[in-house]
Design a protein around this ligand. Structure first.
Ligand code: ADP
Length: 301
């Protein structure tokens, strides 16, 4: 097959591993920088161009769309879909999971365990917002943040009110979430491919940080997950309509709760913590499922 990885940088670990794994399995692999693609969107001749040439003959794409370029990146994925090219994660599914509020609302509707969460933009009643989420300590998150930036733990009601006031001043969307202290600064990343958890790791934050992001100095190790965690991860990916997803869970006293479902989960942390060939599993999934024109929306709204 001719498989394209949509990525802005071919030397990124995840991109180069996917290329390597595809070649190992006998495929022709190319990296397309979606940022530089331009398109003819007219329906009788949808096409994608790059550096003066039309992109042709691609059987499947693996979108690796960074959060900062979601809008344009998903438009490029959609264009491939219009051309009948199979995308391992569909544009609608990527968009669904990228919008954190929409994603949590959809997960909640399907009965997936979530930390008690309140959303707000400019609440007129900070005290009541805190009350409906169970009161301090709470975690307050800026919606636009990634990799733990804009995620604040407010241990007292006073601290929480000041952070909310500050976020309000920024005119940003944010959420106020029950602090799962029993998670002990760790979370679980379940890597889902084709409806199965193929690898899972536990990430623990640097000393003194409740955030376990690897980019913030956290460490990762292989973890055995419970059947409940496994089914929560699989169901979450399904609700989003994602074939490839990184589902982040916290171990709470009331079972696994989902923080986020990531549509372009990184491969470096998970492959080194679990020693599994996750890139190879993604390619294998494509081999079994890619068909011309086979894209449909399987998520839940
Ligand atoms: P980002 O998407 O920016 O990484 P997250 O929502 O994943 O932000 O939060 C970053 C980290 O903070 C998580 O990996 C987790 O370790 C910790 N964390 C986030 N929300 C909570 C919570 N409600 N209770 C306890 N820890 C949390």
């Amino acid at each position: 097959m001719r498989i394209a990885v949509l990525s802005t940088n071919r030397s990124l670990y995840s991109t180069s591993r996917l290329v390597e794994a595809g070649k190992e399995r006998g495929h022709e692999m190319l990296v397309i920088n979606h940022k530089h693609c331009y398109m003819n969107i007219t329906s009788h001749k949808p096409s994608i161009h790059l550096k003066g040439e039309e992109i042709k003959g691609v059987d499947a794409i693996i979108p690796r769309i960074g959060a900062s370029i979601s809008f344009y990146g998903t438009a490029v994925v959609r264009q491939f879909e219009m051309m009948g090219v199979y995308s391992v994660n569909e544009s609608v599914a990527i968009t669904r999971s990228r919008d954190k509020l929409r994603a949590l609302q959809l997960l909640s509707r399907k009965g997936i365990g979530l930390p008690v969460t309140g959303f707000a933009n400019s609440p007129s009643d900070t005290a009541d917002l805190l009350k409906i989420t169970g009161g301090a300590p709470v975690v307050i998150k800026l919606l636009e943040g990634t990799q733990g930036v804009g995620v604040v733990l407010a241990e007292t009601k006073k601290a929480a009110s000041s952070v909310i006031e500050a976020f309000r001043g920024l005119k940003a969307n944010f959420m106020v979430q029950e602090f799962i202290s029993e998670a002990g600064g760790s979370d679980i990343r379940c890597f889902v491919v084709g409806g199965k958890v193929v690898a899972a790791m536990q990430r623990t934050g640097a000393e003194g940080d409740f955030r376990s992001n690897l980019h913030r100095g956290g460490t990762a190790k292989l973890v055995r997950i419970t059947p409940e965690e496994r089914s929560t991860a699989v169901r979450s990916a399904k609700v989003m309509g994602l074939n490839v997803a990184g589902v982040d869970l916290l171990r709470s006293n009331h079972g696994p709760v989902v923080m986020e479902v990531n549509s372009s989960p990184g491969l470096e942390g998970i492959e080194s913590a679990t020693k599994k060939n996750v890139a190879g599993m993604i390619i294998e999934f494509i081999e079994k499922n890619a068909r011309q024109g086979r894209t449909r929306t399987r998520g839940s709204g």
